[in-house]
Design a protein around this ligand. Structure first.
Ligand code: ATP
Length: 363
């Protein structure tokens, strides 16, 4: 039986039997094609109950298609999908979207402008559910109790997003799927609404899969991030692991800024033009060593030159040219301590990093 626990006006649980598997989504070897090549190539993904998982990747890599196959909006051509241990897609089986008990929120979070907040939330509910207090319950979930009679236009942008979320939560879904949920908001509102939604979903513990092409958004919201490229998941891990130990050169360059430095690896370290650098995984031979901009330090004097200074307030980035013509991005906290044209020496900060076999050792 489904219950909603409310203590002092705060919703503490979504109820629904509270099985340990509630909200688990298992995608196994899923293939999807439209007219041409496979858009999803044997994609596997295990979304844990209560986790927020980001699907991150460039345009056209298959993120939305993967989300839509989980929702049941697309039929799959191979593999299987289970929700709460129940097979919803697979050979000879396709459970309709409305029977999957999945809440879906699209880019624009569109509310019906001519309906009240309450009618918006009640739109997809049965008459019995509406009479049973589901609308008030969903509004309480998102912290907007008492606003059922307001028109959407009288609410702030952030409140409207929460109403859209309430509408998705009202049918008590097993999981939530969000497609680029913040892309239509301007920068200031975006950060504010993102934090609000993050708090809410973290408090509720609803399993959530969301699609984004924005690395910051994926890292900020995602407990784990699946980095997709060309219909496959290149890496699935916690944000820090993806940033610090990307599984491939492509992931390294797609996620954050990457300096790739040619060197010669000797097991646990590589010799490079700026000195020896420790490697997290032993390699031998020509390598391209990944150094994030904050993994480099500068000292005054030396054969390198500061070419550009970019100040961001909380930190700054310097573009530094080495004598061999290569250049690095170097990030440090606070205000810049070097000026354009100044001579500097670039050094690694000593932390271990990853090395990828050099693409063309003869380069
Ligand atoms: P974006 O960030 O631009 O939305 P995405 O990673 O979400 O990209 P998808 O929308 O999943 O990518 O599209 C993946 C590929 O599948 C694209 O090449 C797209 O053109 C194709 N595709 C998606 N839906 C259909 C469809 N209904 N019919 C034909 N091709 C489609």
């Amino acid at each position: 039986m489904t219950t909603v626990d409310i203590a002092d006006g705060v919703v503490t649980s979504l109820g629904e039997g509270e099985s340990a598997e509630r909200g688990r989504i298992c995608v196994a070897d899923v293939v999807k094609r439209f007219d041409g090549p496979d858009v999803l190539q044997e994609v596997s993904l295990d979304v844990r109950p209560g986790e927020m998982l980001a699907l991150l990747g460039p345009s056209g890599c298959g993120k939305t298609t993967l989300l839509r196959t989980i929702a049941g909006l697309e039929r799959i051509d191979g593999g299987s999908i289970e929700i709460d241990g129940h097979r919803v897609s697979g050979p000879g089986r396709h459970v309709a979207p409305q029977d999957r008990r999945i809440g879906m929120v699209f880019q624009d979070w569109a509310l019906f402008p001519h309906l009240t907040v309450g009618d918006n939330i009640g739109y997809g509910l049965s008459r019995q559910e509406r009479r049973g207090g589901r609308v008030a319950e969903a509004l309480a979930l998102v912290g907007l109790a008492g606003l059922a009679d307001r028109m959407p236009s009288t609410l702030s942008g952030g409140q409207q997003q929460r109403v859209a979320l309430a509408r998705a939560l009202a049918p008590r879904p097993r999981a939530l799927l969000l497609d680029e949920p913040f892309s239509n908001l301007d920068t200031t509102l975006r950060v504010q609404v993102r934090t609000e939604v993050h708090r809410l979903l973290a408090d509720l513990g609803v399993t959530t899969v969301f699609v984004t092409h924005d690395q910051e958004e994926a890292f900020v919201l995602g407990d784990r991030v699946a980095v997709m490229n060309g219909g496959v998941i290149e890496q699935l891990d916690r944000p820090a692991a993806i940033y610090e130990r990307p599984a491939s050169r492509w992931v390294a360059e797609f996620v954050g800024e990457a300096n790739l430095l040619r060197g010669e690896a000797h097991g646990d370290h590589a010799e490079t033009p700026i000195g020896p650098i420790r490697l997290t995984t032993p390699v031998t031979g020509p390598v391209d060593v990944l150094i994030r901009p904050e993994g480099l330090v500068l000292q005054p004097g030396g054969a390198s030159t500061v070419e550009l200074v970019e100040y961001y307030g909380h930190d700054h980035v310097l573009l530094v040219a080495l004598p061999d013509g290569s250049w690095f991005r170097v990030r440090a906290a606070g205000a810049p301590r070097f000026e354009r044209g100044q001579s500097v020496e670039v050094r690694p900060d000593g932390s271990p990093t990853v090395g990828f076999p050099a693409l063309d050792p003869a380069d």
